[in-house]
Design a protein around this ligand. Structure first.
Ligand code: RNT
Ligand code: ZN
Length: 422
């Protein structure tokens, strides 16, 4: 077990060191409360969902690899796993559901028939835990998605089926927001694209625009619902063209006042998702982030505290956009303990935010404005060696969650007591 006295003493020293460069560590800890990261339910069961007892992912560019034991087999186990993960995380979280996670009571309800009542038990659970819910239409893992086209399908029946599904999903999300008193972010991601070089890119994109216009024709109060659209570069089986590209969705969001969802796995590898934040925020009201770790491609590894995540966090703080950025996670690794994945990934994002809050921004901006670029670079380098870990550990201690390596022990215990029995 971590020694509490050591954590407290380390913090006191760290606090003094940060104060010397004008940083108030107590304030940084208070500011951390402004973030509520949305935990994606799909890490718990490898995006299986509970639509059909035998449900399996059927393509759509989403690949989950690994078969580590302990995968959640039903809604109660997903809830239990999320509760465990949240008990190991400082601060408050939200939970992000996909439409295939409805409480269908063993009856098959097709996607164009789902209703708020199928999510009432999730809403009640969220009320009980005083957390918000976010939502996603599930336009993949379905026979009507197998052609590779959903909202941009040229088969009018197929297109209408998916339009109806997404309309219903927005209605469900609005109901979540209404009952929980915190707007639900509904995100649209579709797998539409083509494996080989297409000729009618224009036709499919025109259809996607038409579908979105139909879907958004129904308006909901923004206190209940915030709409986001998620772009992508390519997927497995859709290497040559993705209908919902960044250009497409960014234009759509800017023109229609929607949120753009930036998934940092959905761009060319040398593009920086963090660099996009200050651009798109000039034109859209808010953004949704899908924070992930793309290893060479959109592999959705567990988020680690790396340069990419730190730039994202810095840009949120430096753009003074805490209230305009909704942070969701989007990774799924079935090859390791899934609760450990949640906690490690979420903590990495939280740590990145805390590092960003511990930056003497006024001083750095002043150096920059005056052309003192050596000074700017030096201070940024100096900050890397400051005792951020002491502040983080103290924050966890204050929040009454496992500090440092103690969370490994807790995840191991949960594996022994719960996961290994599944
Ligand atoms: C897929 C998108 C999408 C999904 C989730 C499950 O590439 O990132 O956000 O991962 O909807
Ligand atoms: Zn995503």
């Amino acid at each position: 077990m971590i020694n509490k006295e050591t954590i407290i003493q380390s913090y006191e020293l760290a606090k003094k060191q940060y104060a010397e460069i004008g940083i108030d560590t107590d304030k940084a800890m208070t500011d951390m409360k402004k973030f509520q990261i949305s935990l994606h339910c799909w890490q718990a069961d490898d995006i299986g969902g509970f639509e059909r007892p035998d449900s399996e992912l059927s393509g759509g560019g989403i690949q989950v690899t690994g078969n580590y034991p302990g995968k959640a087999r039903n809604i109660n186990e997903v809830k239990q796993d999320l509760e465990k993960a949240m008990s190991l995380l400082p601060g408050k979280q939200r939970v992000n559901l996909h439409a295939i996670y409805g409480d269908f009571d063993g009856i098959f309800i097709d996607r164009d028939k789902i209703e708020p009542k199928h999510f009432q038990s999730w809403i009640d659970w969220a009320k009980q835990h005083k957390i918000g819910l976010d939502f996603n239409a599930t336009c993949f893992s379905h026979p009507k998605a197998e052609s590779g086209f959903t909202l941009s399908s040229k088969d009018e029946n197929v297109r209408q089926f998916w339009v109806e599904h997404v309309k219903r999903c927005r209605n469900i999300a609005a109901e979540m927001g209404k009952q929980l008193g915190t707007a639900s972010v509904h995100n649209i991601w579709i797998p539409d694209g083509s494996k080989d070089i297409p000729v009618d890119r224009f036709g499919h994109r025109k259809l996607l625009k038409k579908s979105l216009d139909e879907i958004f024709a129904v308006e909901y109060p923004t206190e209940y619902l915030k709409d986001a659209v998620e772009s992508k570069l390519f997927g497995i089986g859709a290497e040559s063209m993705t209908v919902g590209s960044h250009d497409f969705y960014l234009s759509y969001a800017a023109k229609n006042n929607k949120l753009i969802c930036i998934d940092n796995g959905h761009f060319h590898p040398t593009e920086q998702a963090g660099d996009k934040i200050s651009s798109v925020l000039q034109f859209v009201p808010e953004i949704l982030l899908h924070v992930t770790r793309p290893v060479r491609w959109d592999s959705d590894h567990v988020v680690n505290l790396n340069d990419e995540i730190q730039l994202i966090a810095h840009e949120i703080i430096r753009s003074d956009a805490i209230n305009r950025v909704n942070i969701g996670l989007d990774f799924f690794d079935a090859s390791i303990n899934r609760i450990g994945a949640y906690v490690t990934g979420t903590r990495a994002m939280q740590q990145a935010l805390m590092i960003a809050l511990l930056e003497p921004l006024d001083q750095l901006k002043e150096y920059e404005a005056k052309g003192q670029n050596f000074e700017r670079m030096a201070l940024l380098e100096i900050l890397k060696a400051k005792p951020f870990g002491a502040v983080w550990d103290y924050y966890c201690l204050n929040e009454d969650v496992a500090v440092s390596q103690d969370y490994i022990t807790e995840v191991q215990q949960y594996e022994t007591n719960e996961l290994s029995k599944r």
